[in-house]
Design a protein around this ligand. Structure first.
Ligand SMILES: [Zn+2]
Length: 390
């Protein structure tokens, strides 16, 4: 794999690698796409390769060596050619011409350094600093001053990465536009954003736009096994839950929510399908266990149910289903096979749609117990009774 630190994103890698190889690096790029798919990771890797003093070049490839002084500086995000700009907390009163860090408290500075170190260690890390929701004009003026007053080091390129650029205030965006219009030798400005529509068209039209799409489940699962020491079985289920976002996948791994939630999803289904007197038990389950979770955790439970039902659907319709299943081992996998044997008349596509609707209802703030009871009723209707009634 090329640029191993970056998961997937072959299309975007191809564009950037080919730009380096043809020595046709754009003045500005906008890497856009969903959250957590590796836009910053890609920008950082691009900066690393551009500044490596002994890059490894072969047909179709160019890789950073990982050993030279530049690569070592990049590994701490401390390379003099490379600047990462992100949202900072509002500072006390002062001039917009001050450096953006001048007016921040020592605690804030320490926190920012800590976040930068985490980002250097893991480019998928989401920099999060309390009360930092905007990229202010002071940050952009600071970049502009640096670009005007100094030249990039002898070899390599100056790379300014504006992470989540849509957080720029209007003033900051205007100042950035001026920067974009000025010529700078061997300099490339990279915006990353998951809300491209929030960026002014005047800025976008001056950037080469590169789409970074959702990651495949296989790419996420492989990366979880390699980077987070997750077992392949668990990695597959989490990848299916993460909806193309590696960051989301890592959050799920760290919260260890998936295990309990799988069990809860199946308990919910079993309760909903009880031949008789299911209502009391269902209400008890909702009150005692599900209602104690927050909305996002409940959505995880329902998504697991969705993945499980999708597995059931594959198992029933595909002859070589097993290699497409998320649940291949453990209790959930055993339950899957038993379910297929028992509910031969289940309308699984309708059941899947019912769960999708419940998730949508939950996301649009529907009342949790009501949405769950409605889902249980639909599951009873679509999956129905066992064929071998007992
Ligand atoms: Zn190097």
């Amino acid at each position: 794999m090329r640029w191993q630190r970056v998961i997937g994103q072959e299309h975007a890698k191809e564009i950037l690698i080919s730009a380096i190889r043809r020595d046709r690096i754009a003045h500005a790029y906008c890497l856009w796409g969903p959250e957590g798919v590796g836009k910053d990771a890609l920008a950082i890797e691009f900066a690393r390769v551009l500044n490596c003093s002994e890059p490894i070049v072969s047909t179709e490839r160019i890789e950073a060596c990982g050993r030279c002084k530049d690569c070592l500086q990049m590994s701490n995000l401390q390379h003099p050619n490379v600047r990462l700009v992100f949202s900072l907390p509002a500072a006390g009163k002062g001039s917009d011409d001050d450096s953006p860090l001048v007016r921040l408290s020592d605690d804030h500075i320490a926190l920012i350094q800590e976040q930068l170190a985490l980002k250097a260690h893991d480019p998928y890390h989401d920099i999060s600093i309390p009360n930092a929701t905007q990229i202010r004009i002071a940050s952009i003026r600071d970049v502009r001053r640096t670009l005007q007053l100094s030249a990039p080091l002898a070899h390599g390129w100056r790379v300014v990465i504006i992470s989540e650029a849509d957080a720029m205030t209007i003033e900051a965006a205007n100042a950035f536009l001026k920067t974009l219009e000025e010529p700078h030798a061997r300099t490339t400005l990279i915006l990353t954003t998951s809300r491209r529509d929030q960026l002014p068209p005047t800025i976008l039209s001056r950037c080469q736009q590169i789409h970074c799409g959702a990651l495949s489940d296989d790419d996420i699962a492989a990366a979880l096994v390699e980077r987070e020491n997750v077992s392949p079985d668990r990695a597959r289920v989490i990848a299916a839950l993460a909806q193309g976002s590696f960051r989301r996948a890592v959050e799920l791994v760290r919260s260890s929510q998936d295990d309990d939630s799988s069990e809860l999803a199946l308990t919910f289904l079993r309760t909903a399908l009880k031949p008789s007197r299911y209502q009391n038990e269902l209400h008890g389950l909702i009150e005692r266990r599900i209602a104690t979770l927050d909305r996002q955790q409940i959505a995880v439970v329902l998504r697991l149910l969705l993945i499980w039902l999708n597995d059931a659907y594959r198992l029933r319709t595909l002859s070589d289903a097993s290699r497409y299943l998320a649940f291949r081992e453990g209790d959930a996998a055993t339950a899957l096979r038993r379910f297929i044997e028992r509910y031969t008349r289940a309308r699984l596509d309708d059941a899947i749609e019912a769960v999708e609707r419940a998730i949508a209802a939950l996301e649009s703030n529907a009342q949790v117990p009501l949405a769950l009871v409605a889902l249980a009723v639909r599951l009873r209707r679509t999956i129905g009774q066992t064929t071998s009634s007992q």
